[in-house]
Design a protein around this ligand. Structure first.
Ligand SMILES: *[C@@H]1O[C@H](CO)[C@@H](O)[C@H](O)[C@H]1NC(C)=O
Ligand SMILES: *[C@@H]1O[C@H](CO)[C@@H](O)[C@H](O)[C@H]1NC(C)=O
Ligand SMILES: *[C@@H]1O[C@H](CO)[C@@H](O)[C@H](O)[C@H]1NC(C)=O
Length: 463
């Protein structure tokens, strides 16, 4: 059924405008449009299905840093993650008791919510107070709490999920799923090695991907992030960037290429199939085949603070005596140097720490604007739990500057990657993209089944 132009334009307005700026009349109008323009099945299934074969329950933790666990913002993207059997931990930073009521978590001790996510993913919604340190505090708290029984891998994410000024939906979902597949394949190889089978083994693309620390950032709008690779992994370092800046192509020697204009050389064009183009990567997709020719900017609801996100005065009230920005940054540097010098890095995997490149060099080659990563247990174990404990206390210290919120986004890459990226590592991202190219776009925020679930949740929270 064709969508009427007037209704369509209201619908576009609803998707593009921050919801807080919509009048209630517009909001009513936009939900009406959804009801008439999508008579399609009310699909509660994730758009790209669930990952199968599956990792065991709890093998992956998805750790989400949020302010108020707003379901309008979280559920539209979490619903479609597809990471079968993962546990999703959402941390929120207020003492508002309507939040556990809304999710049906019963209490605040971390029991699973009444709300069940698809793909047998478990949801836990937990407070973390006081509200200091933003995502650094959340991620460090999680590592400290789970250090003795870490999952095989962790995904560290912000509440806005895939759509933000530093990430695109397509790459976010493809990387998460590619990593998951790689973890599964690695498990098979390890099980085979224990059974004495399989010695020589050329890792698959997914296995290689899951051996790396992976950034979920792409499409950065940071002023320092310009050029092909900046769009791709938010690093503009020519050392690791395989793409020619003038046309975003990469060439690699490959004897298997025997035809075409460049025999022996494989050409990869970064933007083929709309990769890393916001019009494709962030196009709004709904159940089934349909998609809307608009790009999602961000998932938000009316109660989200996104407009005031840069207003730090709730967490760091002006007029209070605090350490300066420089002093705060210096404290973190000394903290990490102390552990590096004491040789405690590596937590039982000495070969990893020996191979570790110097911090300066890593920092130079790769810069991640915001802490959102995929990483494995072994990478966390490179450092002792005491260090994470100290970093956590640092990030939540009320006497320190806002700079302390960068305790993960600053040194995280250096702490956890076991090697500096080279061009092949960066090309591995592209190979994952190609293999999972059917995964593209942002799941629509206004899905009827989610609207109903969220209305019920809001009802529970209200009493
Ligand atoms: C689903 O998850 C639960 C709890 O995490 C687990 O006990 C159960 O075995 C899982 N089901 C399947 C089919 O893996
Ligand atoms: C909880 O919130 C109230 C305001 O809503 C505040 O007065 C109180 O100090 C908070 N308590 C904690 C432990 O943060
Ligand atoms: C920032 O937040 C504080 C406290 O929440 C509020 O009083 C103030 O008006 C906000 N400032 C701006 C510019 O929004």
């Amino acid at each position: 059924m064709p969508v009427q132009p007037k209704l369509l334009s209201l619908f576009l307005a609803a998707l593009l405008a921050p919801s807080s700026s919509l009048t209630s009349a517009q909001q009513t109008a936009s939900s009406l449009v959804i009801d008439t323009s999508t008579p399609a099945p009310i699909a509660a299934d994730p758009i790209w299905g669930c990952e199968a074969p599956a990792l065991p329950p709890g093998a992956v933790h998805v750790v989400v840093s949020s302010y108020n666990a707003e379901p309008e913002q979280l559920l539209p993207w979490l619903w479609h993650l597809g990471l079968t059997n993962a546990i999703v931990y959402v941390y929120y930073r207020t003492n508002d008791t309507s939040i556990p009521a809304m999710y049906g978590s019963g209490d605040v001790s971390g029991t699973a919510t009444a709300l069940q996510l698809p793909c047998n993913m478990t949801l836990r919604v937990l407070p973390l107070l006081p509200n200091k340190g933003r995502e650094a505090a959340v991620f460090l708290h999680h590592l400290v709490t789970h250090y003795q029984a870490l999952p095989a891998a962790l995904m560290l994410a912000h509440d806005h999920g895939p759509a933000s000024r530093h990430s695109l939906c397509g790459p976010f979902y493809r990387r998460a799923r590619g990593y998951y597949r790689g973890l599964w394949e690695r498990e098979q190889v390890e099980a085979g090695a224990e059974g004495g089978r399989r010695k020589e083994h050329e890792p698959s693309v997914f296995e290689r991907f899951a051996s790396m620390m992976v950034t979920l950032s792409s499409g950065c709008s940071e002023s320092w992030a310009r050029g092909c690779c900046a769009t791709f992994v938010c690093s503009s370092s020519p050392q690791i960037c395989p793409f020619a800046p003038e046309d975003c192509t990469a060439s690699q020697r490959d004897p298997r290429v025997t035809e075409g204009p460049t025999p022996g050389v494989r050409q990869t064009y970064m933007h083929v199939d709309g990769f890393y183009d916001v019009r494709h990567e962030n196009k709004v997709v709904v159940a089934g085949e349909a998609s809307y020719p608009v790009a999602l900017l961000r998932y938000t609801g009316a109660a989200h603070r996104s407009a005031g996100m840069w207003n730090i005065s709730t967490e760091y009230p002006p007029g209070e005596q605090r350490a300066s920005r420089e002093e705060t940054a210096q404290l973190l540097q000394s903290l990490i140097s102390r552990y590096r010098r004491s040789g405690k890095a590596g937590g039982g995997s000495g070969s990893l720490s020996r191979r570790r490149a110097s911090p300066r060099r890593l920092h130079h080659a790769f810069k991640s604007c915001c802490g959102s990563f995929l990483m494995r247990r072994e990478q966390v174990l490179r450092w002792p739990v005491e260090m994470y404990g100290e970093m956590l206390a640092y990030s939540m210290d009320p006497k320190l500057d806002y700079e302390a919120t960068k305790a993960v986004s600053g040194p995280g890459w250096y702490l956890w990657t076991d090697r500096d990226y080279d061009r092949r590592d960066v090309m591995t991202y592209m190979q994952v993209d190609v293999r999972l190219k059917s995964i593209q776009g942002c799941p629509s925020q206004r899905q009827p089944h989610l609207q109903r679930i969220i209305a019920d949740m809001r009802g529970r929270a209200a009493g």
